[in-house]
Ligand binder design. Sequence first.
Ligand SMILES: [Zn+2]
Length: 231
Amino acid sequence: MRVRHPEFHRSGRIGWLRAAVLGANDGIVSTASLVIGVAAAHANRSEVLLAGVAGLAAGALSMAAGEYVSVSSQADTEHADLQKERSELADDPEGELRELTGIYMKRGLEPNLARTVAQQLMAHDALGAHARDELGISAQFRARPLQAAVASAMSFAVGAALPIVTVIVAPQSRLVMTVGTTSLISLVGLGALAARTGGASATVGALRVAFWGALAMLVTAGVGALFGIAA
Ligand SMILES: [Zn+2]
């Protein structure tokens, strides 16, 4: 009976690409910051590397867990809505026909046509018609917790791998600068890509993500340097 606005940002091709880019962003920002913070505290390369790998594992798993919980609860809601709709269709088919007719009239169909459309769609697949047009749930956009969890863990890990590989290949004396620079360049690229797939300005998207990424790295570098002196 209620109209829900489905979360399309996790669904569809663009949605998946966007989610993957955002996951990679998270991986770069949090791992680069962690690595920079530890390096600024004068840790050696293997300590920095260990921190980076631990950060990758922790971040990817926490992304997966968070995504699984959030998409599962979305799936539970969808399931409960469909269950309720199924029993309403069984108990009051005439009322459900009126309801669907009303929905099509609100979308601009004249009453007779709206009723005909509702009748024919309900004869074909009553639950499907109500799920789609009343609840906003369609089969290809169903919430899939496991896929969502795996996808966000993977994209985080791909992003996190960048600063880790940089730590391996960068000269020890320039670790912080090299990680910071490569991470910012990748963030700018990903920010532009995310903005473009979302139909927004690539420059604005790139600058926004670069700003917050740079801020995160600067702050953890400062914290690392402070603790490095204290220790
Ligand atoms: Zn209904």
